[in-house]
Write a protein that binds this ligand. Sequence first.
Ligand code: SF4
Ligand code: SF4
Length: 627
Amino acid sequence: MEKDVVILTGNEAIALGAHEAGVGFASAYPGTPSTEILENIARSGNIYCQWSTNEKVALEVASGASLAGRRAIVAMKHVGLNVASDPFMTLAYTGVNGGLVIISADDPGMHSSQNEQDNRYYAKMAKVPLLEPSDSQECKDFIVKAFEISEEYDTPVLLRTTTRISHSGSVVKKSKARNQETARTYSKDSMKYVMIPAFARNRHKILLEKFEKLKEFSDKTDINKIVNLKDKKSFCKIGIISSGACFQYASEAFKDYPILKLGMTNPLPFGLIEDFVSDKSLIIVVEELEPFLEEQIRASFLNCKVIGKSFLPGYGELNVEILKSLNKFIASENILEFIHEHTLKDLENKIKKFKEKNSYISGNKEKNDIKDSVKKTIPPRPPVLCAGCTHRPVFHILKKLKVMVMGDIGCYTLSVLPPLDSLDSCLCMGAGVGQALGIEKANDNYKNKVVSVIGDSTFFHSGITSLIDNVFNRGTGLVIILDNRVTAMTGHQTNPGIGSTLMGEDTHMILPEEIVKAVGVKNIRIVDPYDVDLLERTIKEELNRKELSVIICRQECALINQKQILREFYIDESVCKKCGMCIRIGCPAIGYENDKYFINQAICTSCGVCSQICPWDSIKANEENNL
Ligand code: SF4
Ligand code: SF4
């Protein structure tokens, strides 16, 4: 019998929420920490799901599904919303037909991202309602609520999680699912959906009116509420305001103070906040990254003394220890008395002095203590390309050739680390191909000395337009497409080059070389990166060419290429000169201990790259019949 109460991660709970909300369409581009949302929705089997080529397209197709009357959900990581921001901003004007919910999974602490931007500002800029769940139950419940808001107020809704919420598990109580068949009918309405200036002006006015109504909703909804209000503390002069994962830290660190827990953070419930702050002498806003709540509360309640970022860091994740140190400060310095007679500025100066004297406040000491205890029990696992990674030989050669390498987002970004140490840049999805063109146009010295590298999925995501720009503007550089036949970094999702959809249907396999040829690149080479000599020759030839060229390095990701290993590589100690060349390619299967180099057969994938790199032919293979 299926259980009604289950333990789910935030991402799994969002998927369950989509099911209970009667969602009929789901799309996404994979990106940590959001990837598992679509994977889990797809597992339910009764919702149409698709990986899209990028987040902008994912939102556009979902908006089409919404227009057709279906409830539609789109998931992406925070930087994905930058890509999708164009349709996002204008969807706020057009509104929706079927409910439309966009998940932005933010990544404070940058566990797997190139920045830690705070996407709550997108909701504010677009005037779109924003919900922030604090645990898995709320992830599920807020999705259902988000669809109700979306349809009632004719607006897309942004639901923001952070890595802690996306990947932590907690208890979720299931509810009855809404019937998917309750789709709305579509009626043509050009003035609503066709955003020519004449119509958009009116829609902007409607958006502002809608936002006023949403403010009223925010004030009365029970997803904004005061908690921790024990009778004896109801007259407490200190109050906490928080949302999302930070609410969990705040409720653990500030057990004695009432907390205004905000589930809806755009628009803010200003009436509720006014009630909450009216009898308090000090308000502490607990939030990660930007002072999104703090600035709005300060600006709206000028008589209220509000602190937040003057004590808490504006970067990284918060934790209970940091908040406990704030609690300690309040207790030890008799703050309530102090603020009675001093200004907020005085209090901020006091905080500054306290922080200078107590460097542990950043929480780093406690974190380091934890790290030290972990270090003793778990061997270090530095981020490296996997054993047998198909990208390794490419970066080994690029390093050897001492060229400038414009990178991109993918597993191959790890080639920036020693010993491969190859990348000069990694900005955002699809950026490397454009950056390389800019470099050669800006400085002739870099002609034939700059290479851009991009993965197959990233090429489909946003590399194609940069390649067209190279062709259009007569670029002469070398672009290497690292085609490992899968979207590897986020966990082997399909992409347009694979030939199958997320729903398991066969589809046209779009080969990068067909696109490269179609946009006008004349010099296209396809190489197996495991053939190191051929790869090096090809890179050298194409680097010296006076025209744009593209090399496609095609070999399945070592993790999917689980063919039977037909040979076993070993180092022949009798001929090994201990030059260390093999270890410099950074394969985790090659080790050095007791003055000996060795291959760890448990993780070696038998790619054969090291045996081609050893200058003394000391790495040999036992062939199949010897195994
Ligand atoms: S053959 Fe060499 S390079 Fe390839 S996985 Fe094994 S040890 Fe690593
Ligand atoms: S590259 Fe070859 S000779 Fe040099 S240490 Fe490795 S196995 Fe020995």
